[in-house]
Design a protein around this ligand. Structure first.
Ligand SMILES: CC(=O)SCCNC(=O)CCNC(=O)[C@H](O)C(C)(C)COP(=O)(O)OP(=O)(O)OC[C@H]1O[C@@H](n2cnc3c(N)ncnc32)[C@H](O)[C@@H]1OP(=O)(O)O
Ligand SMILES: O=CC(=O)O
Ligand SMILES: [Mg+2]
Length: 730
């Protein structure tokens, strides 16, 4: 890296140039002012970051001693101890959050939240455009419709399958926007008269909607509609007519498609789904964010008729029932997820030559770039309220939430932004945050736009925290653990008690089996029944299918009912997921658990380290594709570390299984271009990273995987750079 010195900082030349030449022009912030400001923040906040990280380590070592000594203690004693050491703090007096200028997508529109790795422009564009998605395509193209009517070889459209989809969507319309008489399946035409929607049925009768107010817009002519816009639970449904299309010509009402408002918001992820290990990678992260804020991001995508350029979707234009223009956003509301406090980056060095806290850089750069949106300099608007949404992951407790608030205020000051412009998404994914959630919310009460649960990191942290208490239950049994139920319930109850309903999101976690859409449809609705106003999905298709749940559940009403339920006591959250009777595990069960964890680790790590891919769909031992990211890696690495620590498995057994699983992962990737087999390169960075994650994972701070992954990815980058240079020289 080549650095240039600016004030007290040394800044990577590529990063400096990116900001000076691409990001800052037109924002009103000069490079000198920006870096001088960042320098001040590094000096002011940097020491606090180091102090908080030291505090985490101190608390964990106290907990380790306590758990080794008193692992059979009651939850009440456990609570008492956590209070004694200051891990658990007093609850604030009742209060309500007071965040203002939050976009309606987050306050009024319960709906799916998509997550996408920021470094993959092609996926990012798809994600932002997933605000709207065809439910016909989503059902037709996935296992949501049973296999017996799957596409036959050589067939381009299976009409039987198509009919199943159409029937299912008509039933859905009957459910969410019923007609006064008959079914949408019986309609032969829809038309508008005197600002009201009419539906002509096959039997010759005409009817209308049971709730006429659900008809909110249309395009085309009143008696030759192109689209019809309905609204249910604040989400829009667009019915498209085209009697000349393949589907529309066979449909009695001429319906060619039904499009749902789907990914209402999207997390543009610069954290656990990306592999950004140096200044060069960080520039790629920030450049994509810049092009999103400017509305200019593009990606070339191979399609049926050759390569085409994917761009951000335009807004959607309709007329209201009485003929006034109606414009709806064509894009998902974008939220930026920064890295957590534990990360540092040598893209910028402080006055003592230390890598700076990466959070400072992420928040400062993301906010500076968002000025393009705030000032309306781009082709589109992201936030109509002039807010910038920054998701803060992996914070431990209220002190760290308060430090984020301080950072946000400092960044607003150096950029000349109005106080409160930067909003916080407060992820409840570390144990010290869960147990002190009300205090965390209080610390961020003027800025918070969401809290959420269901996180894989939270399980990783649970295992790490309880490392000395005993052998933890199998990964699959974690979902039934007492702490997990308390975590989910308390987060919602505390969020509602702190006034989030209608003011901020209460979210739930990721559906991690991207190809299992039937299972997702059957189970993900439960997150809304539990009080969530949003929940994470891994893909646009999943967003469209998950949107169906929000039509079935009136989340605002569900939250109203749940707001009468008190949070479970914190002692429920403190019940450790430790197996009391380890003899109940057979050798085969232990071996299966180990194999599953190791195969997941290897399958993910090899792509991360060798190819720089931060989130992958890794087939498990049964061939089911699982979304793996750093959080799932943290769980697997901590789980093996725990079982090693408690003698459930031996190092030798783990080494042998690792080798065996490497062969499976190599076979699974045999056809992947640029794949370097693990077994052909056991001294290579990928295999060594996996070994270290397994054998040293338990001693990593909080069980985080980043330090190991980053170190080996940098080695792999150097190796590839060296071999490229060799090829060029030859
Ligand atoms: C624990 C946590 O921290 S969760 C948060 C982090 N996790 C995530 O961000 C998961 C996001 N999802 C993903 O990255 C991907 O869906 C993966 C890695 C799980 C699967 O990726 P793939 O194997 O490439 O998916 P698959 O082949 O089924 O589908 C690819 C298509 O779906 C689209 N797609 C898949 N996921 C996404 C997404 N999250 N956003 C937008 N588009 C997506 C791609 O654009 C591509 O379509 P295209 O060819 O038209 O461009
Ligand atoms: O950040 C998401 C998680 O599951 O952890
Ligand atoms: Mg996480």
């Amino acid at each position: 890296m080549t650095y240039i010195t600016i004030g007290t900082l040394r800044v990577d030349r590529g990063l400096y140039d990116f900001l000076a030449d691409e990001a800052l022009p037109h924002t009103g912030v000069t490079p000198d002012a920006f870096w001088a400001g960042v320098g001040r923040i590094v000096n002011a906040i940097g020491p606090h970051v180091r102090e908080k990280l030291a505090r985490r380590a101190q608390l964990q070592s106290q907990i380790d001693v306590f758990m080794a000594r008193e692992h059979e203690c009651t939850p009440a004693r456990h609570e008492e101890f956590l209070r004694e050491i200051g891990y658990l703090v007093d609850e604030p007096r009742p209060f309500a959050i007071a965040t203002d200028n939050v976009d309606t997508e987050l306050t009024q529109q319960p709906g799916p939240q998509l997550v996408v790795p920021i470094t993959n422009a092609r996926y990012v564009l798809n994600a932002v455009n997933a605000r709207w998605g065809s439910v016909y395509d989503a059902l037709y193209g996935t296992d949501a419709i049973a296999r017996e009517c799957a596409l036959q070889p050589g067939q381009t459209y299976n009409a039987v399958r198509g009919q199943v989809v159409i029937r299912r969507v008509r039933a859905f319309l009957d459910e969410i926007a019923p007609l006064m008489t008959g079914s949408h399946a019986d309609v032969v035409s829809y038309y508008i008269q005197h600002g009201e929607l009419h539906a002509k049925l096959e039997c010759g009768r005409t009817t209308g909607l049971c709730q006429p107010g659900q008809f909110v817009g249309f395009s085309g002519e009143v008696n030759a509609l192109k689209t019809l816009l309905l609204r249910n639970h604040h989400l829009h449904v667009e019915i498209r007519f085209d009697r000349h299309s393949l589907i529309g010509e066979q449909d009695k009402a001429g319906i060619a498609d039904v499009v749902l408002e789907s990914a209402v918001s999207t997390i543009i992820d610069a954290e656990d789904s990306v592999a950004a290990v140096d200044a060069q990678d960080k520039v790629q992260v920030y450049r994509n964010w810049l092009h999103l804020m400017q509305g200019t991001l593009t990606a070339n995508v191979p399609g049926a008729e050759g390569v085409y350029t994917r761009r951000l979707a335009q807004d959607r234009h309709y007329c209201t029932p009485d003929g006034a223009p109606l414009v709806l956003s064509g894009r998902s509301l974008m939220l930026f997820r920064s890295v957590g406090w534990h990360m540092s980056t040598d893209a910028v060095l402080d006055d003592e030559g230390r890598a700076v806290a990466e959070s400072i850089l992420d928040v400062a750069v993301a906010a500076a770039i968002a000025i393009h949106d705030i000032k309306g300099l781009g082709c589109f608007r992201n936030s109509m309220k002039g807010s910038v949404y920054i998701v803060r992951p992996k914070m431990h407790g209220p002190e760290e939430a308060a430090l984020s608030v301080d950072l946000f205020s400092a960044v607003e000051e150096i950029l000349g932004l109005a106080a409160g412009t930067l909003k916080i998404g407060l992820m409840d994914e570390e144990r010290r945050t869960s147990v002190n959630l009300a205090a965390c919310l209080y610390a961020a009460r003027d800025r918070v736009f969401f809290i959420n649960t269901g996180f894989l990191d939270r399980t990783g942290d649970e295992i790490h925290t309880a490392m000395q208490a005993g052998a933890v239950v199998r990964k699959g049994d974690m979902k039934q653990a007492c702490w997990m139920a308390a975590y989910e319930q308390r987060n919602v109850a505390i969020g509602l008690a702190c006034g989030l309903r209608g003011h901020a999101q209460i979210g739930k976690g990721m559906w991690a089996m991207p190809d299992r859409m039937a299972d997702m449809l059957a189970s993900k609705g439960a997150q809304l029944e539990a009080g969530a106003s949003t929940a994470w999905v891994p893909s646009p298709t999943a967003a469209t299918l998950h949107a169906l749940h929000y039509h079935m559940n009136d989340v605002r009403h569900t939250q109203l009912l749940l707001s009468r339920v008190a949070p479970q006591p914190v002692t429920e959250l403190l019940v450790l997921p430790v197996e009391k009777d380890i003899t109940r595990w057979s050798e085969a069960e232990i071996a299966a658990e180990l194999d599953t964890n190791l195969q997941g680790i290897l399958g993910y790590v090899v792509r991360w380290v060798d190819m720089g891919i931060g989130c992958s769909k890794v087939p498990d031992l049964n061939g089911v594709g699982l979304m793996e990211d750093r959080a799932t890696l943290r769980i697997s690495s901590q789980h093996i570390g725990n079982w090693l620590a408690h003698g459930i498995v031996t190092s030798r057994q783990v080494e042998k299984a690792l080798h065996r699983m490497a062969a499976i992962v190599d076979a699974q990737n045999a056809d992947a271009p640029d794949y370097r087999p693990l077994l052909g390169d056991m001294e290579g960075p990928a295999y060594r990273a996996a070994q270290e994650l397994v054998f040293e994972g338990a001693s990593q701070p909080c069980g985080y995987t980043e330090e190991i992954l980053h170190r080996y990815r940098r080695i792999a980058k150097e190796r590839d750079c060296g071999s490229r240079a060799g090829v060029l020289a030859a």
